[in-house]
Write a protein that binds this ligand. Sequence first.
Ligand SMILES: Cc1ncc(COP(=O)(O)O)c(C=O)c1O
Length: 426
Amino acid sequence: MTTLARSPLVSKSASLHEVEFGFDVERVRADFPILHQQAHGHPLVYLDNAATSQKPKAVIDAIVNYYEGYNANIHRGVHYLSERATAEYEAARKVIGQFINAARPAEIIFVRGTTEAINLVAQTYGRASVGEGDEVLITAMEHHSNIVPWQLLCQEKKAKLRVAPINEAGELILAEFEKLLGPPTKIVGVGHVSNALGTVNPIATIVKMAHAKNIPVLVDGAQAVPRMPVDVQALDCDFYTFSGHKTYGPTGIGVLYGKLPLLEAMPPYQGGGEMISSVSFEKTVYNKVPHKFEAGTPDISGPIGLRAAIEYLQRLGMDNIARHEHQLLSYATEQVSKVPGVRLVGTAKEKAGVLSFVMEGVHPHDIGTILDQEGIAIRTGHHCAQPVMTRFGLDATARASFGLYNTKEEVDALVRGLEKVREVFA
Ligand SMILES: Cc1ncc(COP(=O)(O)O)c(C=O)c1O
């Protein structure tokens, strides 16, 4: 790992604190136009990064350049603009594939986001391989997008959705998970980082356990890819999914990674243009992977914007980003726990980016509303993970989630805001 004092990302004016907290965060913040505004008369403190992250200027510029410079439909034009747009779209696939260390660009399928990626796998791989009496195994900490697509599949196929339990800290109980892997298990779906608890799951171990029984594993990486280096070959997972908008890229674009032999064997998801190599009324021959899964005109500016986001992250270094967020999370955990009446929800040993909590006698919604008046954006509710709330006997939590541009001072502002909440409800 590079020493921060020598990192080109640390400007001469960087204070010791900034260096300790990963990189020159003020310089990073300058790249995000949206952060420099007031909310309700206070400097905006954006701590809702698990919902969506803000976009650096490089991403905004890449999208503007596309629409101003080379907007055209791709893959089917012989003219200059179309060839350029196609080249950029396919170049984005290559950069994005390398970012998660996919073995080939063809293993990267562009979709709308994590939700669509999981639905795609459930409706193609799932429908082809899950039958009556079979099982799909997930965990008790999944986001609704890694529950409902499997539920739909299980209903259709008369299969069973099994759920591996978590402990009081919000960690997957690996021994129980392993016991649930059996001959009826046709696929495992597991989150890399829980959006409601912050827990980081030991994916490589989970994959080994499943593969020992020849069961493929889909990983929901929506909260992991923006926060830590991800290497799909090292994890050896069969499918990996993430969303552009949580990765400092645009909305409307996401990625499904799949191992090529699996993708090649899978039936298509949607029918239409682009996903075919020939069509007659009698028979359609499908296009090669990845185009087989990208029916119709895709979101062209999306991959171009996401590529810019990824190149931005690569310039900062994913190790630096992970360390910065880890230090912020440790500091926030320490400071927020000191606020009287606050209880953290999710205290796993391995956590990333997310601090969920409740406050005695105050509904999380009220916490969010009062903090908003102080210019602080957090999220309150069930975070699309209602079974997690049920597991902890709650209907909602307040959640602060960190991004690469957040600072220690913003954590201090959050703590001051929480003191204010206490005063209001005293
Ligand atoms: C862990 C996790 N999985 C899946 C999703 C769904 O992502 P998207 O709405 O971008 O499809 C989210 C979004 O909050 C998430 O946090």
